[in-house]
Design a binder for this molecule. Structure first.
Ligand code: NAD
Length: 266
């Protein structure tokens, strides 16, 4: 089992959904976790869950799109918990429309949070990791980063994270730093875009399941398991990869095959 004892981790967006599951998993495996989130109440709720089960947790409120706020939060975390050994760049969102429907302001905000935000966290944390000669980063991208599944601003930013992951892995490997990305498919969270879809159709996750070779959408814990592995010493020779955690979605078009190709043979 992955062991994260003696690791100080920052998990961005740890106040909710996938980030909360990641924070819980890392804490269960020994990490002291800073739950960094724009929503202080949610970040506090996650930290309290960790503390109730006997784990060390710290809350920092920061908008990752604001480099100054991130830099301060990182410095305070290092002062209170010690040197940061693990960064999980998880915070992100989408609520925008298609290319001709999205406002310029919405495009900029999605890129600011989903791409510039993770870069801000890297920029604040990498110098310390480099000086110590060790560190691990896991970036949460998406299957949207490699195929078009809607939300173009979000998707462009998530594609950027994949390349950023490769840049960090290449430039910092010699300093003992590993950097990998995780690409979730549909994950059953209550994020704003899923809440809108669930309100329109309460059955949306069951209907989506047919597109996934494994026959279900992901739970946040499926992503947390992958993050925990990539962050652990068990992955000590893995860097620069983008790991789909997508039930096989990117592996093939099984709905197309079932409906059009196999049917044609009847
Ligand atoms: N849920 C999915 O289906 C899915 C699929 C692929 C990738 N992802 C990615 O996983 C990550 C988490 O998604 P989720 O579904 O758990 O979302 P969520 O909305 O449930 O949780 C996101 C958390 O990030 C925080 N956050 C948002 N903007 C922030 C900002 N600017 N600064 C700091 N914190 C901020 C929110 O307050 C919230 O606590 C995101 O990067 C998302 O793009 C999600």
């Amino acid at each position: 089992m992955p062991d994260h004892s003696n690791t100080v981790a920052i998990v961005t967006g740890a106040g909710h959904g996938i980030g909360r599951a990641i924070a819980l998993r890392l804490a269960q495996q020994g990490a002291a976790v800073c739950t960094m989130d724009i929503n202080g109440q949610q970040a506090e709720e996650t930290a309290n869950l960790l503390r109730k089960s006997g784990h060390k947790a710290l809350v920092k409120v920061a908008d990752i799109a604001d480099f100054g706020a991130v830099d301060r939060a990182v410095a305070e975390t290092e002062a209170e918990l010690g040197a940061i050994g693990l960064l999980v760049n998880n915070a992100g969102f989408t609520d925008s429309g298609d290319i001709d429907g999205i406002s310029l302001a919405d495009w900029h905000r999605e890129v600011d949070v989903n791409l510039n935000g993770p870069y801000h966290c890297l920029r604040a944390i990498l110098p310390g990791m480099k000086a110590r000669g060790r560190g691990v980063i896991v970036n949460i991208s998406s299957v949207n980063g490699v195929r078009f599944f809607g939300n173009p601003a979000y998707s462009a930013a998530k594609a950027g994270i994949i390349n950023l992951t490769q840049s960090v892995a290449s430039e910092y490997g010699r300093h003992g730093i590993r950097c990998n990305a995780v690409l979730p498919g549909s994950v059953r969270t209550k994020n704003a875009s899923w809440e809108i879809r669930v309100r329109k159709d309460p059955d949306v996750f069951r209907k989506l399941a047919r597109w996934y070779p494994l026959g279900r959408v992901a739970e946040p814990e499926d992503v947390a398991n992958a993050v925990s592995f990539l962050a652990s010493d068990e992955a000590s020779y893995i860097t620069g990869v983008s790991l789909p955690v997508d039930g096989g979605l990117l592996a093939g078009m099984n709905v197309m095959i079932d409906e059009f190709i196999l049917e044609a043979k009847d």
